[in-house]
Design a protein around this ligand. Structure first.
Ligand code: GLA
Length: 719
């Protein structure tokens, strides 16, 4: 379908409905050619009714809201686009030119072309509607049609308008080793923002995503209208929720404009990152499942690949290892039943710059021949001979001042001449906005891949931007945006050459967890805090937006190295088993009993991980609402399910959590088997129960101790 309207005058009103199976985003063109945002919510079958729409035209209010708000024209809310035109003009008024919808398999892409009424400026709004997943992605493309440079001061991806009586925002706050903490706020009038300015490592303090419950003062997993969103961008971001005087809510999302004016030369186009939205009429649970389904089918890199269970060397060995330490760890990993060994930090740089601590070596990506004289290929071959895959850690965007690279290329470091370069973790940031640095970073990946038969790369990034500045950029205000584009450029090159290697996005734990980087990487390192007690809440928050298959989740030693708390080995394995399971400790320090528990868990995990990776997640009980957390993953055909229950607080003697399940097949019965245990906490272990019993009454479990847990497999009878 393609519609061309011609000039800007005497046009007909028309409606553009961007629809999925159950949702619609309605835009309409008015007589002046202005493209307005009308609605986002439940699907409207006969959207043509908007062709005759008559707006309330009270000039005191912002009643008519453009689909892409600009500075200029008659809208006085938050502009998604602000342009300084070549003649110094500051106003932009966009009018409809044409639109086109192209249908693909399960996807409909609508591109709407708008032009300014006076200036040589084109804006293309692109909406991709994922039919079965009820997800709509949107971004803008800004084209300078003039002969001179223009400057974009705000260039957000999208603007959406909602209309409800109240808005309960669920957002994530946090810090290093404390990511994905959930916070709920009722939105007041004015602007509430989710944003970050760190440049890189942007998702510790908040995440570019949210869940918004409409007309609600309480969060519900199962009822009510919900809009959830996530931005595909790994740099500075900003999501503004602007509740205006009429009570409506404008959501403006995209690249954070802070110090980021973008100069657009003649003929150039700036493409903003995609904002991903979903709408659910059945609470937040459905909104998360929509995002997870979309991510697995369209959003993640190679979601069909099953990430192996692994032993990571970091917390078990830190910087102190030699070949024997590592091959011993591999022997132990294989004997536990794990499927991969990952060699973390500390394997590179030599002589005075040897990477024996975090003080030196970053940038010098040559094998440390004192620690591993036999070479990486020896380790990789050793792993493979043991039936393990082999992974290795890199942090290619960084340099220690104590390194050969820094001596050679001080000009590659992010800094402003004349100011001190502020170190973080003793390291500086390389300027990835510079194509020469991009080549170097790609070269690091490429050369490490040549060192042996490598299956997996953990790509780390352990600092953020301080005193921004680039010796490459003509306009310093390009730095932040160009850095992230540079990162994506490198990752795209990596993927072209290495489509199969698995990549984990790590940034001091969860500092780079977003759907931008996940277009190139298979999973993320959720947090440097591996304490299972803390992970209960963290993993709950994570699951609101991201699917469990990308959530790296490791069993570590006690007392925990970050929190110094101790939980049982069973609790630790049961928490780690609800993501991509790994182990991160020195196996030699495990007791025989601990080893047995972990082996049993790894074995059990292999039998149900397909349900965690590809199934539907029902968050039955939240760690924020009481002493029990319960998560149920149900396979798409509803024939199998796996239930995790975590009891995190002593309540009173004799208390038994009662867990009511969801998402099972009505009329079916399921055999319930407790896994990872010697003595079941469920009186009905091994018996079959009808789904109405499990869903209406629930399972009462003898879980009383603080940080006790249980895992159950449910299998439909008579399949
Ligand atoms: C970061 C990561 C850790 C580990 C260390 C190594 O903190 O998050 O998992 O790789 O770096 O220095």
């Amino acid at each position: 379908m393609c519609f061309i309207a011609g000039g800007f005058s005497a046009r007909a009103q028309r409606t553009i409905a961007i629809s999925t199976k159950n949702t619609s985003m309605i835009l309409s063109v008015d007589k002046s050619g202005s493209l307005d945002f009308q609605a986002y919510g439940k699907r409207i079958e006969r959207a043509g009714v908007f062709d005759a729409f008559v707006p309330n035209d009270d000039h005191h209010l912002n009643m008519r809201v453009p689909a892409y708000t600009t500075r200029g024209g008659d809208y006085i809310g938050a502009p998604a686009l602000s342009v300084m035109h070549a003649d110094g003009g500051m106003n932009t008024e966009l009018r409809y030119v044409s639109h086109e919808t192209v249908k693909g398999e399960g996807v409909e892409k609508t591109t709407i072309i708008l032009h300014d009424t006076m200036q040589p400026l084109e804006v293309r709004l692109v909406y991709v509607a994922y039919q079965d997943e009820d997800v709509i992605e949107s971004h803008s493309e800004i084209v300078n049609l003039g002969k001179k440079e223009i400057v974009l001061t705000d260039y957000f991806s999208s603007s959406v308008m909602l209309n409800a009586s109240r808005y309960l925002l669920t957002r994530f706050w946090g810090s290093w080793a404390h990511e994905f903490q959930v916070e709920r706020v009722q939105l007041s009038h004015g602007v509430t923002s989710i944003e970050d300015y760190c440049g890189v490592r942007t998702t510790h303090k908040s995440n570019p995503s949210f869940v918004l419950s409409l007309d609600a003062s309480e969060f519900s997993e199962t009822s009510g209208e919900v809009v959830a969103g996530a931005l595909k961008w790994s740099g500075n971001y900003k999501i503004d929720f602007y509740r205006d005087e009429t009570g409506r809510l404008q959501i403006r999302s995209g690249i954070n404009p802070m110090s980021s004016e973008w100069h657009l030369s003649k003929g150039e186009t700036f493409v903003t990152p995609d904002m991903v939205y979903t709408f659910s009429a059945n609470g937040a649970g459905q909104a998360s499942r929509n995002l997870h389904d979309w991510a697995r089918r369209f959003g993640l890199y190679d979601a069909a690949a099953v990430a192996p269970t692994l032993l990571n060397s970091w917390e078990g060995a830190y910087f102190a290892f030699d070949t024997k330490t590592l091959t011993d760890m591999m022997d132990d990993a294989a004997s536990i039943g794990l499927e991969m060994f990952v060699l973390d930090d500390g394997w590179f740089a030599n002589g005075e710059f040897a990477r024996n601590s975090d003080k030196s070596g970053l940038g010098d990506w040559q094998l440390n021949t004192s620690k591993i004289p036999e070479g990486i290929s020896y380790l990789a071959d050793y792993a493979h001979a043991k039936g393990l895959k082999f992974g290795i850690w890199i942090e290619p965007e960084m340099v220690n001042p104590k390194s050969g690279l820094y001596q050679k290329h001080p000009d590659w470091v992010v800094n402003e001449p004349g100011r001190d370069i502020i170190p973080l973790r003793n390291q500086y940031l390389l300027d990835l906005s510079n194509p020469a640095v991009q080549d170097f970073v790609f070269g690091v990946f490429d050369s490490v891949m040549q060192m042996g038969d490598i299956d997996y790369i953990k790509w780390d990034c352990n600092r953020h931007v301080l005193n921004m500045g680039s010796s490459f950029q003509k306009h310093q205000s390009h730095f932040y945006t160009a850095y992230t584009l540079g990162l994506y450029n490198v990752l795209a090159r990596v993927r072209e050459k290495y489509p199969k290697v698995m990549i984990q996005s790590c940034s001091s734990g969860g500092g780079r967890v977003d759907y931008g980087v996940l277009q190139y990487t298979n999973e993320v390192w959720t947090s440097d805090d591996t304490d299972a007690a803390v992970r209960t809440q963290m993993q709950y928050g994570f699951s609101l937006i991201y699917p469990s298959m990308v959530m790296g989740s490791h069993i570590s030693a006690v007392p925990n190295h970050q929190t110094h708390l101790s939980t049982s080995i069973k609790y630790r394995t049961d928490i780690a088993s609800s993501g991509r399971l790994g182990v991160e400790l020195q196996p030699k320090q495990m007791t025989a009993d601990e080893k047995k528990v972990v082996m049993r868990a790894v074995d059990g995990y292999k039998s149900f991980r397909d349900i965690i990776y590809q199934g539907d997640l029902y968050r039955l009980q939240s760690p924020y609402d009481g002493p029990d957390t319960a998560n149920l993953y149900v396979s798409k055909d509803k024939k199998r399910a796996v239930l995790f229950v975590y009891h995190t607080e002593y309540v009173l003697k004799g208390f038994m959590p009662q867990i009511r399940l969801q998402g099972l097949q009505d009329g079916a019965s399921y055999k319930v088997t407790e896994l990872n245990c010697t003595k079941s906490v469920f009186w009905g272990n091994g018996k079959s129960f009808d789904s109405d019993y499990l869903q209406s009454f629930g399972m009462n479990l003898k879980l009383r101790d603080t940080y006790s847990s249980a895992v159950f497999l449910l299998e439909m009878d008579n399949q």
